[in-house]
Design a protein around this ligand. Structure first.
Ligand SMILES: [Zn+2]
Length: 496
């Protein structure tokens, strides 16, 4: 229950507000200001409340946004920091100008040192932060060393603390603060608390810079122990004020997924996972909170396994998505892979937790020309179809009152046709997934537009339904019960 105590004056960055429950973070890491009348405002930077108890300014990464109307924030708890004195409009304006000039700066929080820095090397997760970068800005709140990854010998020591250092390329070599390094790969190892900031975002562990073969760019990889990695994922993938049992289920699912991906793909490349929803969203230190760390620590080393046909227990990609809409889906129909624990199950739970507009989403419309352009660009094999003139359901999973499209047949102006997985169609037409939220919908030809109607759920629907997990936890179900429900036949094992 929210109290009726409005916030007074705050100049906290959004991160501080999130930790104190004034804001929610959505799936892509943006921040939602909770408005009085149920509307949400997206903000990826700073928000300001001034003396009249209303939020008047929001500084996003692309600049300030003036808020229309009054937004009052409500809270159940007082901030852990002492709110600063009431700011006058003039002071706010000065502060805003300062923030605009130094966008992205924020007060450094007191955070605990990175744990597991001595854990065995095969358990570290390599997260691709930037690929094909030509330059980036590094800032470390401690001294740091530059190491040769093969020999682990120290090639340079940097003693300056919290000073922005330029990392770039010169004559085919990596350069850090005007110092050139001959190796194709180098490791940056911060001293305690083992945290660094790259382009404005804090991460834990080490940083690996990998020169690309052309010598003109480099990849930036965060090499991070498993639990700090998971803290940066769990806090990004689930609101940290959700039930502890749901957060723990999220931690185990995310750990299982990342170790599966690392094992399957990591040996053939210089990184294991991306930091985006292409794998699972990882926001580093900014996603952390006490609740998130509790979920990660109490499940330390725990993953899910299932029994393969040969009776050997194995990891599987424990997919999860926001809101299944009433029934989860078989992985084979969405991703084309097949695992005994990734089959669809009824989910009577998520409707109790999901926002009504997520559970039943409004009609989404897209111009036919745009749809054709996007599909042909993403799937060149479809060029033979010409303009897409018809999108017909070909296969669907029927759940009784509703069904999820799994395969569509595309017809083109040339008379040719082809097939596409419905989930691929969805994310090609709407890569953010914010309008076209799932494939539980009907497709209607509206002349120059395609309309998607009767939509239910948010996300691909495979594996754990996050809103369902929260609803189960609210009913008193344990982490084990949640996971065995959404991943039938799986069991939890501790691997380190
Ligand atoms: Zn569900």
């Amino acid at each position: 229950m929210k109290s009726k105590t409005p916030l007074t004056t705050l100049d906290y960055p959004c991160e501080a507000w999130i930790k104190n429950k004034y804001l929610e973070r959505n799936k892509t890491g943006e921040h939602k200001l909770r408005q009085l009348h149920g509307k949400f405002l997206l903000c990826d930077g700073y928000c300001f409340a001034i003396s009249s108890k209303v939020v008047t300014q929001c500084i996003t990464k692309s600049g300030p946004v003036k808020l229309s109307g009054k937004i009052t924030l409500y809270t159940t708890t007082q901030p852990t920091k002492n709110p600063k004195k009431l700011l006058t409009n003039k002071v706010v304006r000065v502060l805003l100008l300062w923030l605009i000039a130094f966008g992205g700066c924020r007060a450094r929080q007191l955070i605990k040192p990175t744990p597991q820095m001595d854990i065995e090397s095969n358990l570290w997760i390599r997260v691709l932060l930037l690929d094909n970068a030509r330059a980036c800005k590094l800032m470390v709140p401690s001294s740091f060393a530059v190491l040769n990854p093969q020999t682990q010998t120290t090639e340079a020591l940097f003693g300056q603390v919290d000073v922005a250092v330029k990392v770039g390329i010169s004559a085919g070599r990596i350069v850090i603060a005007d110092q050139r390094f001959s190796g194709a790969q180098i490791i940056i190892l911060p001293d305690k608390p083992y945290i660094f900031n790259i382009n404005g975002d804090d991460y834990r562990g080490k940083l690996k810079l990998i020169l690309n073969p052309d010598g003109n760019s480099f990849d930036v990889v965060n090499v991070v122990p498993p639990e700090p990695y998971l803290a940066g994922v769990v806090g990004a993938e689930m609101p940290d004020y959700w039930e502890p049992a749901a957060l723990a289920a999220q931690a185990i699912a995310a750990r299982t997924y990342c170790f599966y991906i690392k094992k399957k793909f990591g040996s053939n490349r210089t990184w294991d996972v991306k930091r985006t929803a292409a794998n699972q969203v990882y926001l580093g230190v900014s996603a952390e909170s006490a609740q998130v760390w509790d979920a990660v620590n109490k499940t330390q080393g725990q993953v899910l396994v299932y029994k393969q046909n040969n009776s050997i227990e194995a990891l599987f990609p424990a997919y999860y998505s926001s809101t299944c809409g009433g029934h989860t889906e078989n992985s084979r129909h969405v991703f084309g892979d097949s695992f005994g624990s990734l089959v669809g199950v009824p989910c009577p739970y998520c409707k109790d937790v999901a926002k009504p507009s997520f559970f039943f989403w409004p009609m989404a419309q897209f111009d036919k020309t745009n749809v054709t352009d996007r599909l042909l660009k993403r799937y060149p094999k479809l060029k033979q179809l010409g303009d897409i003139t018809s999108i017909r359901p070909d296969k669907q999973s029927n759940y009784g009152k509703f069904s999820r499209l799994t395969l569509v047949k595309l017809l083109g102006s040339t008379g040719k046709s082809d097939f596409l997985r419905a989930e691929d169609l969805r994310l090609t037409i709407d890569p953010t997934g914010r309008k076209l939220r799932s494939t539980i919908c009907k497709i209607i030809d509206m002349g120059d537009k395609w309309a998607f109607l009767s939509g239910r759920g948010y996300g691909h629907g495979v594996g754990m339904c996050q809103c369902g997990a929260q609803a189960m936890a609210r009913q008193g179900k344990t982490t084990e019960q949640i996971l065995s429900y959404y991943y039938p036949g799986s069991k939890i094992v501790r691997v380190y």
